[in-house]
Design a protein around this ligand. Sequence first.
Ligand SMILES: Cc1ncc(COP(=O)(O)O)c(C=O)c1O
Length: 452
Amino acid sequence: MRDNVIMLSKKELPDQWYNIAADLQKPLPPPLHPGTKKPLTPEEFSAIFPLPLIEQEASIQRWIKIPEEVLDILSLWRPTPLFRARRLEKYLDTPAKIFFKDESVSPAGSHKPNTAVAQAYYNKISGTKRLATETGAGQWGSALAFATDFFGLQCIVYMVKVSYEQKPYRRSLMHIWNAQVHASPSKETQTGRDVLARDPECPGSLGMAISEAIDDTVHTPGTKYALGSVLNHVMLHQTVVGLETKKQLAQAGETPDVMIGCVGGGSNFAGFVFPFIFDKLNAKRQIRFVAVEPTACPSLTKGMYRYDFGDTAQMTPLIKMNTLGHNFVPPCIHSGGLRYHGMAPLVSALHQEKLIEAVSYRQNPVFEAALLFSRVEGRVPAPETAHAVRAAIDEALRCKKEKKAQTIVFNFSGHGYFDLTAYDKYMAKQLEDYDYPQESIEKALRELPTIG
Ligand SMILES: Cc1ncc(COP(=O)(O)O)c(C=O)c1O
């Protein structure tokens, strides 16, 4: 029997989150009010978020205690396993060692519940009755539905229309956990009705669904808004992933050379690598951190680092981030969770500082890697996760060419059991590749707000 899994005991579940804001050389530019364009006050934020999350958003305290009630639920599936992909190494005939952190073992099938549980908890103790949110592929919507159901909160999910149609079983999962789900753009909100009046066939985008969820929040008493990525507090909650990985690699006597994660809004990548960036910042280790995105929505590799809205209807605060423009509607690729025009401010700032790198891939090579991984290792990745798989395989092939025995570690952010239509299409050679649609992005970038 080969030793291919590193487990931690329940006692080793981290009891504090790591806040990278404490270790940044330059503080993040502040979020601005969408109307006045002045730095946003906590009172203004409180229309959509509860106070404890607003405090975490601005916190520069390095370690933040995880409440017992949150740990109690996280321990249903955490600590998650770290696997060594020995079969993949053998198949690729590479001298590299390949490890992956398996976040697909959560009840909703991805890393998203790590923050959903924390957000539901802080809303519950702050008196919120109802949470509104958006979802792309349905991973975040189902994670929040699971978490709100545990805390007895109502959950309303605006699901990007193209995914609503492509992924009916994600919808069923949200219904099992008592959420209400609307295809976005919907007739439920003024924002949705306006979009439908302009374009009745609009496939939707994460930017539009966010506008609908915020519109719902500000017009329904007792409601707050929850975001599954991008914001600082979401990155914070995801650091349990990297903190566990650190202990697991230490247990295996390994130090990583390359760490890889896919990026939509940036949260699984951030949670996985931030605790290791702490070491890099303290000059302890030379590690490459690689963020992987689709060529169809390349916010890090082709976007601009500018202040922009997080949504299409310009309702969110303005945040400084890598963006393709809030009006950019990405092509309908199967990685719904990566179809977002912006990137987490923390991930964007680290990219500016050249502490992390970014690459982009087309969807056919991504699915080629996903199918190979499913056949060699047995686990079927979500299309989003498959971007990290592709990059890990390419890094292992580079090691083979350069005859280097490096250690590659990637985040297996979710499983693909609700994404089988996409696999069917790939196997039937029906998937289209989309490159950066230069004209539409240039148009969206011209519409960026001017600040100062
Ligand atoms: C499985 C999976 N991985 C990755 C992502 C991308 O999100 P983020 O960049 O916030 O981790 C998503 C988003 O829905 C997802 O479902």
